[in-house]
Design a protein around this ligand. Structure first.
Ligand code: DAH
Length: 339
């Protein structure tokens, strides 16, 4: 029996096959139910006990060898087959299905890139926050309506744990830890207790920018805003600032851009005014700087904040805000080629 196994081992290491049918014939000859190796295994019970160990090992070796050999013959033939006449390597390739970036991510990246060109770096903060970072440090009065349950999702009361209602909280987180110069851009998700409709959602996205240094002026803010508007919406874009109020900036303003659909002539989108509002901004209130341990006599700063959904609507005319979170691939696929 041992001799038989050894001769089979030799035989197997010299096997050749010209095509896949021959390989299959070899598999049947050696490894199928009625194959030579299988019948050797059946004879195994007749082997004297003192030889069982040696014979057993040899049979296993033989079986592995045969399987390995047949696999190799098959692989070699299959790889040669790639170049055969049936496969035309000059044929046009099938298109690769591209994934799509979410429109909000596309716009967020674009906003961050524009500010990166002005020297801003990205900073992020937690979505679950405390009262200090979202409200108190930002000069919100004790009875400010934004602190109300109606607007804010509370996870816990006293001490308050809440979902941040704006990305301005990241301003505080950075200023607490860093002395100026500070130049950051903070993208992120925010939450408000709003009834969901085509124009409001209980979560949405914002980008906040903050620049604090010596001699930062309102003119610097205006210049950054103009640059941003032209980069984002095209060089023809005009901006205008309207006085406004935010607790954390003084003076505060809201910025409009000339309607990018009608070029400022007036259309239903801009309600025939020629202008659309896109962000809030202002000079950082000295109280905010002081609350974060920055000397307001030495440093000044500007801040601005915008909704990413709003900017995306303007760029892509998405009428219903809910589409951003419905995961409808028919909607999302439309952004396939956008960066
Ligand atoms: N935090 C404001 C909001 O959620 C947006 C904002 C306005 C941010 C003015 C700012 C700013 O930094 O200066 O509506």
């Amino acid at each position: 029996m041992i001799d038989k196994i050894k001769s089979l081992l030799d035989e197997i290491s010299n096997l050749t096959a010209a095509n896949l049918d021959e390989v299959e014939a070899l598999r049947i000859k050696y490894l199928s139910k009625k194959g030579e190796i299988t019948s050797l295994m059946n004879d195994f019970r007749n082997v004297p006990a003192e030889q069982k160990r040696e014979v057993g090992q040899l049979i296993n070796q033989l079986k592995d060898k045969a399987q390995e050999k047949i696999n190799t013959l098959k692989e070699v033939l299959e790889s040669q087959n790639l170049g055969s006449v049936e496969e035309d390597l000059t044929r046009t390739a099938y298109p690769i299905a591209l994934g799509t970036r979410h429109p909000l991510s596309i716009v967020k990246n674009e906003i961050c890139d524009i500010f990166a060109r002005l020297g801003f770096t990205i900073a992020e903060g937690p979505e679950i926050e405390d009262d200090w970072h979202v409200f108190s440090s930002l000069n919100f009065a004790e009875d400010h309506p934004a602190r109300d349950m109606q607007d804010t999702f509370f996870i816990q009361r006293s001490p308050d744990v809440l979902l941040r209602t704006h990305t301005s909280s990241v301003q505080t987180r950075v200023m607490e830890k860093t002395q100026p110069p500070i130049r950051i851009i903070c993208p992120g998700r925010v939450y408000r207790n709003e009834a969901i409709s085509y124009r409001a959602h209980c979560f949405f996205h914002q980008v906040e920018a903050l620049y604090v240094d010596k001699n930062v002026s309102f003119a610097d803010l205006k210049q950054a805003l103009l640059y941003f508007a032209k980069e984002m919406f095209g060089t023809e874009t005009k901006i205008r600032l309207r006085p406004s109020y935010f607790p954390f900036t003084e003076p505060s303003a809201e910025m409009d851009i000339s309607c990018n659909l009608c070029g400022g002539k007036g259309c239903p989108f801009c309600k025939h005014t020629g202008w659309v509002e896109i962000l809030g901004c202002g000079m950082v209130d000295p109280n905010v700087l002081e609350a974060c341990g920055i000397d307001s006599k030495e440093y000044t700063g500007y801040a601005l904040g915008m909704g990413i959904e709003r900017i995306t609507n303007l760029k892509y005319q998405v009428k219903d805000l809910r589409m951003f979170s419905e995961n409808d691939v028919r909607f999302l696929r439309q952004f396939e080629s956008a960066y």
